[in-house]
Design a protein around this ligand. Structure first.
Ligand SMILES: Cc1ncc(C[n+]2csc(CCOP(=O)(O)OP(=O)(O)O)c2C)c(N)n1
Ligand SMILES: [Mg+2]
Length: 578
């Protein structure tokens, strides 16, 4: 070898190098992504370590589904994609439910999964955790990408971010084969291969004639109604949405995760008169709410006389229009832009809706609230849903910044109507699917992303889906108070095995279980509460000190109803009823 060639070799060796591990971390950080929710293992263990070393927050869970649910709700809360990191095949599949959930709910999330060697996977030669993950993820998310070369990491992360947050947000899958992590490239070339996403969710302005059409219809209404969906909460256009509702004088109905956009005690809230307004309104304007099953598809008995309504719908996705019924005024654009265009178009002298309509709604709300009030104060032992939730309602009222996480059947339905919210994005629940298992992942991400206190109100069944994450709550010392509504089962704890056999009935659990002991096992505070006073004391203390706490709230096993408020969706057997 000539002296010259030897010198060049030495220069080459001295050049700074980077690799896949570092490029992925740098690409995230460049785009403001600071937190990863995941479960370690081959091939991503070192990646997690390096991300932590590089100053990212890496939160390790006990099961990927909970990490995924954390990432999904982080997306909802921040408008940035929540990141879930999983190992290949089984870890990936565990995370996939949450990715599909995020997509269904229109929340930005990126499931980043390690995968096994392409050459072996594609020949189906039985690699460690072999699976064609990209193909499996594709139908369950908005977009799915695989990166084979380190120099493509920058562009791949940029594509994933833009796909997740632009237009209608949703879940994105990013497949990172094991070999990618160790691939080496020149550090300078690596740095210049990274892409900072400029304006990741560009505003989409509504067409002026579409705005005028919507305002014309709204103006002509005799019994108008506004429905706020979780899309409106996601938009973070809180001031304009409130201004629009107040300027219009129109009664509004918040879907469950839109509660608090305006305080539930607002004069125009029709939350406690839902049946009346759905049936009687003549014009309904949906803001970030879809006419899916949660609104009975915009038709049927709940909606009064067929053909009695005209709908105005604000949504960023044009295909949402006419999905279930005719939309008289489609307003396609991002919610912030649409709402501000409506506000501008309303001018200074917008006439309030006819007083006989707003008075009728108000009267119904007041009657229903008054009817509910004494139930919330009963002192029955064991507690029922009303007395236990009456106690929690006061606690949330006194702490408007606390985040309420809620899942279950009766536990969900009663809490939704009983606990008033007064600020936006403070109520996080089961979303579009009504899925059980989001509780602990949601509570953890809510605490991490916002720094506020979290109160998770959980059915005993619902809690079981993610209950092991109480260890995670203790490990990161998060200010989460979990209240398990323990009625010994799913819906009720009173069913008996119809065969007379020794097995428990399908919907009941171990009687008188002590979920509070689970929290104690990891060093948190556990309390068994049998009265509203016990419950108030324990939850107040937890919310004051912020220590991980689990309160086992003993609820009358006979107090609930089958499927809470959606029992009508259960198919019936004519044969077994003979
Ligand atoms: C992933 C998933 N599995 C199953 C269900 C069916 N499901 C609906 S509510 C529920 C549990 C209800 O019981 P609990 O949480 O104890 O609330 P309760 O009505 O007893 O207050 C179940 C299993 C679901 N919604 N999601
Ligand atoms: Mg239960």
């Amino acid at each position: 070898m000539s002296a010259n060639a030897a010198n060049m070799d030495a220069a080459e060796a001295e050049r700074e190098l980077t690799d896949g591990f570092h490029l992925i971390i740098d690409a995230f950080k460049l785009n403001g992504i600071e937190t990863i929710y995941g479960v370690p293992g081959i091939p991503i263990t070192d990646f997690g370590r390096m991300a932590q070393a590089a100053g990212m927050r890496v939160i390790s869970f006990r099961h990927e589904q909970n990490a995924g649910n954390a990432a999904a709700i982080a997306g909802f809360l921040t408008k940035k994609p929540g990141i879930c990191l999983t190992v290949s095949a089984p870890g990936f599949l565990n995370g996939l439910t949450a990715l599909a959930h995020a997509t269904t709910n229109c929340w930005p999330m990126i499931l980043v999964s390690g995968s096994s060697e392409r050459e072996i996977v594609d020949l189906q030669q039985g690699d460690y955790e072999e699976m064609d993950q990209l193909a499996i993820a594709k139908p369950l998310c908005k977009a799915a990408y695989r990166v084979l070369h380190a120099e493509d990491i920058g562009i791949a992360v940029a594509r994933a971010i833009r796909a997740a947050v632009s237009g209608r947000p949703g879940g994105v899958y990013l497949d990172l084969p094991a070999k990618l992590f160790g691939q080496v490239m020149d550090a300078e070339a690596g740095a210049s291969s990274l892409v900072k996403v400029i304006d990741p969710a560009p505003a989409q302005l509504p067409a002026p004639d579409a705005v005028a059409r919507a305002l014309d219809i709204l103006k002509s209404a005799e019994r108008p109604l506004i429905i706020l969906g979780k899309g409106a909460a996601y938009a973070q256009a809180d001031d304009d949405i409130r201004a629009l509702v107040e300027k219009s004088g129109i009664p509004y109905l918040p879907m469950s995760m839109a509660k608090g956009l305006l305080p539930d005690t607002h004069r125009q809230s029709a939350g406690a008169a839902r049946s009346l307004v759905l049936k009687q309104a003549d014009v309904v304007m949906m803001i970030g709410a879809r006419l899916n099953w949660l609104l009975s598809h915009g038709k049927g008995k709940q909606w009064g006389e067929p053909g009695s309504k005209r709908f105005i719908q604000i949504d960023i996705e044009p295909r949402e229009m006419d999905s279930n019924v005719e939309i008289a005024a489609p307003l396609v654009g991002d919610i912030g832009s649409c709402v501000s265009a409506l506000l501008a178009g309303m001018g200074k002298d917008w006439a309030a809706p006819p007083a006989d309509w707003t008075d009728a709604v108000r009267a119904k709300v007041e009657a229903n609230v008054a009817r509910m009030a004494p139930k919330l104060m009963n002192n029955n032992v064991p507690m029922d849903y009303h007395s236990a939730l009456g106690a929690l309602r006061t606690i949330i009222k006194e702490r408007p910044d606390a985040i309420l996480v809620n899942e279950g059947a009766n536990t969900l339905d009663f809490a939704r109507s009983i606990i008033d919210m007064s600020k936006p994005r403070k109520r996080l629940d089961v979303g579009t699917w009504g899925v059980m298992g989001v509780g602990m992942g949601t509570a953890i991400a809510a605490a991490i992303e916002t720094g506020h206190r979290v109160l998770a109100v959980e059915g005993d069944s619902a809690f079981g889906f993610s209950g092991m994450e109480v260890e995670t709550i203790c490990r990161y010392n998060l200010p989460v108070c979990v209240v398990v509504f323990n009625n010994n089962g799913i819906y009720r704890g009173t069913d008996v095995n119809p065969s007379g056999g020794a097995d428990a009935a399908t919907t009941v659990f171990v009687q008188d279980a002590r979920y509070d002991k689970m929290m104690e096992a990891f060093g948190g505070v556990g309390v068994n509460a049998t009265t509203p006073d016990d419950l108030t004391r324990a939850v107040n203390e937890a919310m004051d000190c912020g220590k991980p706490t689990l309160v086992n709230a003993v609820i009358d096993p006979a107090a609930g109803t089958e499927s809470g408020r959606i029992g009508n969706l259960n198919p019936q057997s004519v044969v077994s009823k003979k």
